[in-house]
Design a protein around this ligand. Sequence first.
Ligand code: NAP
Length: 281
Amino acid sequence: MPITVSATTRVAAVIGDPVRHSMSPTIHNAAFEACGIDAVYVALSVPDGQAAEAIAAMRTFDWLGLSVTMPHKQGVMAACDELTATAELLGAVNCVFWRDGKIVGDSTDGEGFVRGLDSDLGISPAGLHCALVGAGGAASAVARSLALAGAARVTVINRTAARASALANLAGEIGVVGSMADLSDADLVVNATPIGMGSTDLVDEVPFDVTSLRDDAIVSDLIYHPAETRLLAEARGRGLRAQNGLPMLVHQAVAAFEHWTGVDAPVAAMTEAAQSALGPS
Ligand code: NAP
């Protein structure tokens, strides 16, 4: 049933700047509709430095919850009443929800990655040697979740060595700094750089040499536009199992939806909405 906005309709939103490109309204409104939840999701452009005002507005208007994107992932932290252990460790929040009358900040990207790996490829990171290429925000979230999910080792490979060390520490005892030579030993290799991303001058490049991977390696590219990066085309050309960033995108939204509503998220409807919003690529 299409959402009918009435006096009882709750509001959820993504805050960011820029925010007009966001696919979150499409994904979340499809989810509310599929579950018959009386809520609507909008995109709010909030200038840099005004994250606390957005959290105050959530309190005043009793909004259902917020998604948080750049530049507010750090700024909202101080305004929340509580943070989850993951948000605290990563120093970033991408989802805000109510728990026992308090506003809680969480980071659902890493959980989204692990859930997406399972739902898309049926793979658990437990016991795997995972290699991460890149050491930015997305890599941090993925590293933490891989460690929580029981990965045997997380090798971090990054252009800037200091960031690789910080990220390896974040994964705890199983985190190590590595080089491209370590890829030949990895079960799961994740591209967490923008190399291959559409609408950039990196679109035709690959972040690492696919021929160096094992025959049974799994390749995950966090990029979802284009749907098939050159890396993924080369990996599939070699017969490797591979996925793009869409399952992570959908499943970080699944985790947010479940925080807000307490209802199991309609994963198929959310995936279909995301795919149609992306269009052919
Ligand atoms: P970020 O914080 O800016 O980090 C980017 C990382 O890539 C850094 O480690 C950077 O290395 C490295 N890098 C950038 N350009 C490079 C180049 N030309 N050569 C080698 N390394 C390079 O970005 P992010 O937010 O983590 O995002 C990373 C990727 O994940 C993007 O493609 C983004 O679209 C994707 N992502 C996907 C999802 C999803 O839901 N699927 C969510 C978030 C992000 P230095 O440390 O040396 O600068």
